[in-house]
Design a protein around this ligand. Structure first.
Ligand code: SF4
Length: 211
């Protein structure tokens, strides 16, 4: 009997959880695999786990994750309806004065880890991918992605999904203040509404071609 997507995803997850294919395995607390609905049509991809994610083993659960959840609720989306993941699965950090501080993942770390995201996306085959922040867009849309110029645009030539878009990272929005913060938060909401509508339209089109 053919295995369900859920079973296949669980098998990929079990392998990823014990991965030691790059140096990040030496400093992580645990691997943070994607979570949500493995049959979701809409997938969100961030850069990688931070401190809270490393502690909990779940993606997007720190302050940035809480803001993401808040805006998802505003557009009537819930984590359980989506698949939420990251480009790399272990926290990238440097130890300074006995404390771990986040750093961007290195090219070789992304190269070593992308097999897990590839496996997730190949199983899900989403209609729409939203890259949360430029690092995910660099990997899934094109290199040298410019968030200031290309945010909110649809890219239809990705290998991973018929429609891919990049939105501002919630960690970036949290660093803004006052009016700037409100504007950026609203931009994220507008982009997520568009992503939701695009997902629904794609589903409707696919259903029509079935009959
Ligand atoms: S970052 Fe990815 S490749 Fe590196 S150890 Fe973690 S799961 Fe493996």
């Amino acid at each position: 009997m053919e295995k369900s997507i859920k079973q296949q995803m669980q098998e990929v997850k079990e392998k990823a959880l014990v991965c030691t294919d790059c140096r990040l395995s030496e400093t992580r607390t645990q691997v943070v695999f994607g979570e949500g609905n493995p049959q979701a049509r809409l997938v969100l991809v961030g850069e990688g786990p931070g401190e809270q994610e490393d502690k909990s083993g779940r993606p997007f659960v720190g302050r940035a994750g809480r803001l993401l959840e808040e805006v998802l609720e505003e557009v009537q989306l819930q984590r359980k309806d989506l698949w939420i993941s990251n480009v790399i699965k272990c926290r990238a950090c440097i130890i300074e004065e006995g404390r771990a501080r986040n750093r961007p993942p290195r090219v070789d770390e992304v190269k070593a880890c992308r097999k897990w995201l590839d496996a997730e996306l190949n199983l899900i085959k989403p209609s729409v991918i939203v890259c949360v922040g430029a690092p995910a867009a660099n990997l899934l849309i094109h290199k040298n992605f410019k968030m200031t110029e290309e945010r909110g645009q649809w890219f239809t030539d990705s290998l991973y999904a018929p429609s891919v878009m990049a939105v501002l990272h919630t960690a970036y929005i949290l660093r803004q203040h006052g009016e700037e913060y409100k504007q950026m938060r609203q931009l994220l909401i507008d982009d997520l509404i568009e992503a939701k509508e695009r997902t629904e339209e794609t589903q409707e089109r696919q259903q029509l071609t079935l009959f």
